[in-house]
Ligand binder design. Sequence first.
Ligand code: TRP
Length: 333
Amino acid sequence: MLDKKPVLLSGIQPSGHLCIGNYLGALKNWKALQNSYDSIFLVVDMHAITVKQNPAELRQRCLAYVAQYIACGIDPEKSLIVIQSHVPQHAELMWVLNSITYMGELGRMTQFKDKSKKYEANINAGLFTYPVLMASDILIYQADLVPVGADQKQHLELARDLAGRFNTQYSDTFVLPEPYIPKTGARIMSLQEPDKKMSKSDINLNNLIAILDSPNTIRKKIKRAVTDSGSEIKIEESRPGISNLITLYSLLTEKSIDKVENQFEGKMYSDFKAELGEVIVDFLKPIQEKYNDIIQDKKYLEDVLKNGADEAYYRARKTLTKVYRKVGFISKK
Ligand code: TRP
């Protein structure tokens, strides 16, 4: 089939609980972009094992992520949903890319430095070469556009550098991927520590609203969210807590910040929080319902993943064959 649309690729690590921050910062964009791009969305289980995982939970979480991708609007009829470990070429290409990546480049990666501090007892080689696997995820499908959060920009630059380096050393092979960094409006902050990004892997679950949180949990978490001294419902740099909640309200209701501020003029924090809680509950309700249907339909999930893996395998093999030939490997007859 001739498909001339540019290739878009992104992925999320199956660790922690997919949260409203992931929805607004990633999945919502993916859903919109999938109509104009030939899209591939990965669940990067191979990246996830660079920190300790419980195998049974990881298995369960990978399926839950796929079901949540679909429930959030990723349409398997339009986009490929792929479990990274189902396509062996990711790891195979990584080996080749490892050989043109400098230790110094990897040592400079801020995420590696951060994670080395966080997981001091397990600074493994996978954590170090993590960005090479990510480059491989992108380059193996000749992706043109890669939506990522600002924290992944450095990794994406490495992917571009490696693509360029391979092309220069061997001959033109890889597309140089462009980053797609969503505007700051979509950056949702932690509920208890609003100077940090809301993270799905946060151990303090009160910091995040999970896509699958129950209505009462959502209400409770919003009620307890840190707000700043003062009483006005107004966005201000010096008041990151209330500003974050207003941003959330505005994004979920698609009302402008001005409109939200006007709507709550003279109201109390508690009134606003109660309404925000309901907005989130209502917003997530259809997503959760869809999720519950899908997660029970194992046959459907298997079909989606088989289709994704088969198509991805075909494309990945095409790239890898080219790469192996260029570096001087003899093809198997
Ligand atoms: N490293 C990314 C993150 O933690 C996840 C990821 C892995 C990814 N491979 C990718 C993102 C390829 C985009 C493209 O967010």
